[in-house]
Design a protein. Structure first.
Ligand code: HEC
Ligand code: HEC
Ligand code: HEM
Lengths: 292, 488
């Protein structure tokens, strides 16, 4: 054991300080505890404060002595077993770092096989398993619901509903995996500066009655917007350009909101979830939950 | 001793009016800060209760609650009881009474302006030390002056042995001065903003060295001073074992100072610091229980008084909660227990078995004891005080049970994993399931607050409009006298 004892100055200082402190504490306590009464005739000469405050003379109870002794012995044993005396690592060789590593090992031992299995299941198999889908729900609530809402129906006109049939970036398992692993950065330019106030208002109004091909804004649309949103307004999953012909809106389909969208542009950002945030099994579960 | 004519030479009568004023301020802060506590517990149920106002948000009201309780209610009560008891145990008038008055009022001003600054969002972000640097300096100055009054009185005492309560008050004043100054060292950048001198793990260690010993020497040491004066005084019995109280004092002072890092288990601070904190926390159990036992044995021959006297009931019950909190604390210091309890409402439950059960109750007891004696009339209503006792007990029990329920559930649910190793419960779901516990806590808080308001009414009926009784020090046994009296 001698070899384990620390040699560095600070470590030695800690050891000395700790031991001296514990010893002093024990000495102070025991010396008062077991001191003989100062005067045999103390009764007659006890000081009296404030008319009637006196020192009681009962001996401290013996169980208290055992209690303190127990605590002291516990301390010594604890400091022998665990890292507490300077750089002495303790006989158990325990450390919080090692505990962390061993927790990972236990975890991997218990679950790795099963998780590898899950990562290789087909989506249909996962979807058929109630327990796995429950787990998927929990992962979703933990990782995604802060933005997409507790139920996944989106919120705040900023975070898309993931339960409807509308996909900006596509709803196939491959597209979803791309969305999750790589994140998505949408870019809808700010138009007013480019096409001017008049055209902006015209095209905004046109979006409210998309099927009216005679609308004055239709020309502007075809010229400036169709490249991304499609001539028929169906959108483009490669650019994340949403469908403008349907009744589903992310930021909002009323005239005022559309005008804001056109004037200021929109840059929706879906963060990337790499291996460390969602491992293969978790990714599989999430995709099984979302894909339709 | 108590005389009614007031044309005395003021040099040898106790300065008690400042005590009355401090009691009144303390009660005022108790009502305000507990109302803030009730409000934030309601916010945990109905988050929109901040009505979009920053100053009503949980983040700003919580430090207002904690600072208001600890420094408004707690310190005012400590000053009041220290001034009251140090004169009586030294058989001499307060040293520099004008300075005592200055401390009393300057302190209230600090709490008032400090509270407003917290509402305005000024904060150094260190828990229980949130006030910004101008307040820190003011606190340091007033605290040192408080020390001057206290130790000045001790220095001029007429009786040689220093009574045990003064040891505790003295430790309170010295240690808090040290902790406060070291922990708040910072570089000011503007009048309302500063940056701590410490960073990272060092900051954490210094902060919890402060935080834990604020609990140790303010919420425990100072209040033990109260206990050692008022309990024997009121029960008319000597302290059961004076020697045990001295042993406990040293063991307590010695081990508390090391224990702070048990707030930082499994963190980036060195492991030996954490282990020493475990060891010292366990040792702490001994002096804590010694004190509790000493108190309870002191009244053990005066049980009949306990049935009728609300002040004594409060003090004795507070000792039971003291014992509870100081048993729970060492348990929570074990890393394996702390893994479950840390970051959960268990801590809040623990805090409040101390704060409500111990600090608030013993303070109520001493206030009910002092108020009638200070003005020389009986308490306005003993019945109300008895009702207050039951409200306080019910509120505290309900609060602790609710938070234990909440805290232990949180700790265990957060750690549990399902058969494929995923967390069994999402954080959100667990928090959503806490509603019943939070509702119980809100009710508990309302009950406790109601009791406090009853006391405020009762004490104001007793105190307001009355003058402090003139009290002269009783004679000192010549064998123990210092100075003039010794010669007689
Ligand atoms: C920080 C907020 C945030 C978090 C957390 C987040 N998302 Fe998103 N997500 C967004 C935003 C914003 C968009 C919209 C991007 C855009 O405008 O194109 C988005 C888009 C998506 C899309 C594309 C929707 C479509 O119509 O194509 C999917 C799928 C998606 N998120 C799934 C998830 C999943 C699964 C998680 C959890 C693992 C998650 N998101 C977590 C913000 C978030
Ligand atoms: C460069 C490709 C591109 C062009 C050109 C483009 N958009 Fe977009 N638009 C997008 C993208 C990408 C989004 C999604 C933005 C997001 O999710 O943050 C979008 C979103 C929108 C939205 C919001 C839809 C909702 O659900 O709230 C509206 C409205 C819109 N565009 C209208 C137009 C109009 C009108 C034009 C022509 C003036 C136009 N866009 C041209 C790419 C484009
Ligand atoms: C009306 C009675 C009271 C109610 C309803 C109440 C409520 C609360 C609430 C809701 C919190 C915050 C919990 C959280 O962060 O989730 C809190 C924290 C705290 N309260 Fe109270 N409180 C009351 C009385 C007291 C009293 C009398 C004291 C002390 C003497 C006190 C001391 C504290 C402390 C120290 C904390 C912080 C705990 C920590 O560090 O995490 N409270 N209280």
């Amino acid at each position: 054991m001698m070899a384990d004892l620390p040699t560095g100055f600070w470590s030695g200082w800690v050891v000395v300080l700790t031991c001296v402190s514990l010893a002093t504490l024990a000495w102070v306590v025991l010396s008062v505890y077991f001191a003989p009464p100062d005067k045999p005739d103390a009764e007659a000469h006890d000081p009296v404060w404030d008319g009637d405050l006196r020192e009681g003379s009962s001996a401290p109870p013996l169980w208290w002595f055992w209690m303190l002794l127990g605590a002291m012995v516990f301390s010594l044993v604890y400091l022998m077993l665990y890292p507490g005396l300077g750089s002495f690592e303790g006989l158990l060789n325990w450390s919080q770092g090692k505990r962390l590593v061993s927790s990972y090992e236990i975890y991997e031992e218990s679950f790795d096989a099963r998780r590898a299995e899950i990562a290789n299941l087909s989506l249909a198999e996962v979807q058929a398993d109630r327990a796995l889908m429950d787990t998927a729900d929990r992962i979703f609530r933990r990782e995604c619901s802060a933005c997409h809402g507790v139920d996944g129906r989106g919120q705040a006109n900023l975070f898309p509903n993931l339960l409807d049939v509308d996909w900006q970036w596509g709803g196939s398992p491959e597209q979803l995996e791309q969305t999750l692993r790589g994140g998505r950065n949408a870019n809808m330019p700010a138009w007013e500066a480019i096409i001017g106030e008049e055209n902006t208002v015209a095209v905004a109004n046109y979006l409210l009655e998309f099927d009216n091909r005679e609308h004055a804004g239709r020309a502007v649309y075809e010229q400036s917007c169709a490249a991304c949103h499609g001539v028929d307004g169906a959108g483009n999953v490669f650019l994340g350009a949403p469908n403008l012909a349907d009744n589903t809106w992310l930021y909002g389909g009323d005239l005022d909101t559309i005008l804001v969208t056109l004037r200021e542009g929109r840059q929706g950002k879906m963060p990337a979830f790499d291996e460390r945030r969602l491992d293969a099994a978790q990714l599989k579960l999430i995709i099984a939950k979302l894909a339709r | 001793m108590a005389t009614t004519h007031s044309s005395q030479d003021s040099a040898d009568i106790y300065e008690d009016t400042v005590v009355i004023r401090l009691i009144q301020f303390s009660v005022l802060w108790a009502v305000i800060a507990m109302t803030a506590g009730v409000y934030i517990s309601a916010e945990l149920l109905w988050p929109t209760m901040d009505f979009g106002q920053f100053w009503l948000s949980f983040g700003r009201l919580r430090p207002l609650h904690t600072n208001g309780i600890i420094f408004g209610f707690g310190v005012s009560a400590l000053m009041a009881t220290a001034f009251y008891s140090v004169q009586r145990t030294s058989h001499v008038r307060l040293f520099a009474p004008k300075l005592a008055w200055f401390c009393a009022y300057a302190w209230q001003l600090i709490i008032l302006l400090g509270g407003l600054s917290l509402l305005a969002g000024w904060t150094s972000t260190k828990e229980y030390a949130e006030l910004e640097w101008p307040f820190d300096i003011a606190i340091a100055v007033v605290w040192v002056l408080f020390g001057v009054v206290f130790f000045g009185t001790i220095a001029r005492r007429k009786i040689r042995p220093i009574y045990i309560s003064n040891w505790f008050y003295g430790a309170l004043i010295i240690v808090i001065a040290m902790l406060h100054i070291v922990n708040n060292l910072a570089i000011p950048v503007t009048f309302g903003k500063s940056y701590s001198l410490y960073a990272g793990a060092q900051d954490a260690v210094v902060q919890w060295w402060y935080g834990h010993n604020a609990v140790g020497f303010l919420l425990t040491g100072g209040f033990l001073g109260m206990m050692y004066y008022f309990l024997p005084k009121h029960s008319g019995r000597p302290i059961w074992s004076y020697r045990l109280s001295v042993v406990a004092f040293w063991a307590f002072t010695y081990s508390y100072i090391w224990a702070g890092p048990h707030h930082l288990h499994y963190s980036a601070i060195p492991e030996w610091v954490q282990s020493l904190a475990v060891v010292m926390s366990v040792i702490l159990l001994a002096p804590s229980w010694a004190t509790m036992i000493n108190g309870i044995m002191t009244v053990s021959t005066a049980w009949e008084k306990l049935r009728t006297d609300p002040a004594l009931k409060f003090i004795v019950l507070s000792l039971a909660f003291y014992g509870l909190a100081t048993f729970e604390g060492p348990m929570m210091s074990f890393p394996s227990v702390n893994v479950v309890s840390h970051f959960t409402d268990w801590t809040i439950g623990h805090v409040h078995s101390g704060a409500l059960g111990w600090n608030a109750m013993i303070t109520y007891g001493t206030f009910y004891f002092m108020a009638p004696r200070l003005v020389g009339v009986p308490l306005y209503s003993v019945r109300l005080a008895n009702i207050h006792f039951w409200l306080a007990l019910a509120g505290t029990m309900l609060y602790i049970v609710a938070m234990w329920g909440a805290g232990v559930s949180q700790g265990l649910l957060w750690l549990s994993v399902d058969e494929i190793g995923e967390l069994s419960f999402s954080f959100k779901d667990i928090m959503a399931s806490m509603q019943p516990f939070y509702a119980l806590r809100l009710i508990a808080g309302l009950i406790f607050l109601a009791g406090t308001c009853l006391m405020a009414y009762n004490l104001s009926k007793t105190l307001v409009g009355r003058k402090a009784v003139v009290v002269k020090p009783p004679p000192v046994d010549p064998a123990y006298a210092i100075g003039k009296e010794a010669a007689v």
